[in-house]
Design a protein around this ligand. Structure first.
Ligand code: SF4
Length: 381
């Protein structure tokens, strides 16, 4: 089987470290991965442990990974400002992903900006207050998100929007997309629901809809939007297919989303899609929970170590699970023989969630991996 080409194994260091600094959060989102509570939970890294963790990141060597300070709500981390100062003084780039509440103030954002913060990511799951507030579990959350976007823009702080795709909001996606464009936001990270945390109670989308939404996201990227997906690496397979063939077609949902987008935004100026990602759970990405446990990602609850016992560098480089995640040819699924597996290795989190096996099939993939479709050699030249 011909493959898409050499892919990047992020063996030495991740490019992104997601740190769940606290589980405390004042929102009540229906898809919350963290099962967040109002108050910090027992076992949370204390201020000194948090600072030691930051210092330990230098052992990865340069270029240091970028740290995403998340939660829960990172704004409820007791020593956030101290952590930010430490990251800044160590020369480690970081971003935050706060909940949209009154804890996001101009003063705090300016302070973090002055102390090296690169960007802020905010969640937007609906293009209207009705849907977004329902998903976030708090009335007024939509307006608060809009206000914070405006505040960050006034302060000159880069904003990224994160959206979780679920049954409740498929039809909202073009409206969310238009909001991003109106607010001059150029990075959209689109999550596909994995039934972990509170989302265990939600119904997932079927693979036909998931494929159509991913195809539409490739179309949306033609407007100059930098689109990345989380737990939907088939987006990359669709990108690569498009880059090889110049064709992009889909089913009913794709056509509907595309039509609404053209009605709202006009036709796209370009036919170029976003850069094709090279990371996935455990390969370039690692997640540290509030109590120091380490996982390949926030959606793959297979513990690979604890920073209270071993350094993050040792865990990342030597954990057997992490090493295997970086080698799709050894997976126990069709992904092992798939030509795309260096870019789309399937969602490891969804495989674990549905099969109990992080190396199994991603049920959202409808690709016949034995069927060779293109000569890919020219795609990445
Ligand atoms: S078979 Fe696996 S590696 Fe291939 S496109 Fe599907 S999910 Fe990705």
């Amino acid at each position: 089987m011909e493959s898409v080409g050499d892919y990047h194994k992020w063996e030495e260091r991740p490019i992104l470290i997601f740190w769940e600094t606290t589980k405390a959060c004042d929102l009540s989102c229906i898809q919350c991965r963290a099962l967040a509570m109002k108050d910090p939970q027992p076992g949370e890294l204390d201020p000194e442990e948090s600072l030691n963790f930051v210092r330990s990141l230098k052992d990865f060597g340069k270029p240091y990974p970028v740290v995403i300070l998340s939660g829960g709500d990172v704004m409820k981390k007791s020593n956030l400002e101290e952590i930010a100062r430490e990251l800044h003084s160590e020369g480690i780039r970081y971003s935050i992903s706060p909940s949209a509440t009154n804890l996001v103030t101009e003063e705090k954002m300016q302070y973090l900006k002055d102390n090296g913060m690169v960007s802020v990511s905010l969640s937007l799951d609906g293009g209207s207050p009705e849907i977004h507030d329902k998903i976030r579990g708090v009335k007024g959350a939509f307006q608060k998100t809009m206000d914070i976007i405006d505040l960050l823009s006034k302060l000159g702080i880069k904003v990224q929007i994160n959206t979780t795709v679920m049954r409740e909001n498929i039809s909202e996606l073009p409206r969310v997309f238009s909001i991003l464009r109106n607010k001059h936001i150029s990075t959209w990270e689109v999550f596909f629901l994995v039934n972990t945390g509170k989302a265990s109670e939600l119904k997932t989308l079927d693979s036909v809809k998931v494929n159509d939404v991913n195809k539409w996201l490739v179309f949306a990227s033609f407007y100059g939007m930098n689109i990345r997906t989380v737990e939907s690496p088939i987006f990359r397979r669709i990108q690569i297919d498009y880059m090889a063939s110049g064709e992009l077609s889909g089913g009913k949902i794709f056509e509907q989303l595309k039509k609404i987008t053209i009605d709202n935004e006009g036709k796209p100026d370009s036919t170029k899609t976003s850069p094709v990602g090279t990371t996935w759970d455990g390969n370039g990405i690692v997640f540290v929970s509030h109590d120091g446990k380490v996982y390949p990602s926030g959606f793959l609850p297979v513990e690979v170590g604890n920073i209270r016992e071993k350094s993050i560098v040792e865990i990342y480089r030597t954990s057997g699970v992490m090493k295997l995640l970086r080698d799709p040819s050894k997976f126990s699924s069709k992904c092992a023989i798939c030509a795309y597996n260096g870019y789309c290795p399937g969602s490891r989190a969804r495989s674990y969630n549905l099969n109990g096996d992080p190396f199994g099939n991603d049920p959202m993939c409808d690709f016949d991996a034995l069927h060779k479709r293109y000569d890919f050699t020219e795609v990445f030249v």
